[in-house]
Design a protein around this ligand. Sequence first.
Ligand code: PMP
Length: 280
Amino acid sequence: MPDVLYFNGRFTTTEERVLGVEDRGFQFGDAVYEVFKFLSRRPVFIGDHFRRLQRGLQAIEISEPWTEESFGAMARELLARTAFDDGIVYVQVTRGEGERSHFYSDHMQPTALAYSRKFRFPDETKKEHGIRVITTPDLRWRHCDVKSVNLLANALAKKKAQRAGVDEAILIADGSVREGASSNFFAVRDGRIITHQLDEHILPGVVRDHAIGLALDAKIRVDERPLRDTELFDMQEAFITSTSMGVMPVTEIDGRRVGNGRRGPITTLLQRQFDEAETK
Ligand code: PMP
C-alpha cells in the first residue's frame, strides 16, 4: 500500500512521482531531513525534531517552509490521513528545483515533503538482548551536526556492519569514538556515562538529549567527551540511542563482549524511563 505523502502544500501518496529531476536534493544532496516517531497517532518529541530541522536549514541557508505551528498542523493532518497508529514520519526539505549548477540562487523555493510509514520498533526481546556492533573509520564530512541527506558514508558503514552480521557501525576518527552510523553512542564505566560532546562531529540526537536528562535526574554522572577507542574494551555497559531504536544495549563490539555481555543496570533504567517518556 502506498504511504500518505505531503508535498509542497498538498497531500498525495508515495505512488505519485512528485520530484523534479533537477531538484537540488537529488542532484547535490542539498537538503536536510528529519525522522520522528508517532505512537497512537501522536507525534513523539515533535518540537525537538522541528527545532533541529530549523537549525539545519539555517546552517545551510535554505529558507524555512514551515513555522512550528504550520509544521505541527501538517503532521496532524498527515497522521489523520494515515491508516495505522504507530510508525515514523520522514521529512525532507531541499533547496528546491532549478537548472543544475553548483552556483545556486539565493531565492530558491524549497521543496518540502513528509510521509508516514509503518515501522517495526524493537520488541521486548530485542530491547533486552541488545545489538552487536563493529567499529569502522568515520569518512563523513565535517558538519555532522547538520542532518543532511548526504548519507553515503553512513550507508557504506551500515552495509559493512550488515556484512559482518551485526546491527550498527560505530564511527571512529582520530582515535576516538564519535557516534553510530545512525545513532549516538554511550559508554558506562564505573557508574558514569560517557558520550561525545555536541560539536560538528556528531548529530545532536533527540534521544541522546532525553537520555542524558534522564541520567542526570537519576543522579548518574554524564561526561560529555570523546571516548578513546582503547576505552571501548574497558567499560561495563554500552548503548546507542536513536528515534527508531530508543535506548538500545550494545553487548558486543568487534566480536568482544561488553562487560558480561548482558544488558546492564544503567542501560536498563534509562531504556525503561525513556520508553515511558515517549508515551507521556
Ligand atoms: N546520529 C546519526 C548519524 C543519526 O543518523 C541518528 C538518527 N537519525 C542519530 C545520531 C540519532 O538521532 P535521533 O535520536 O534524533 O534519532
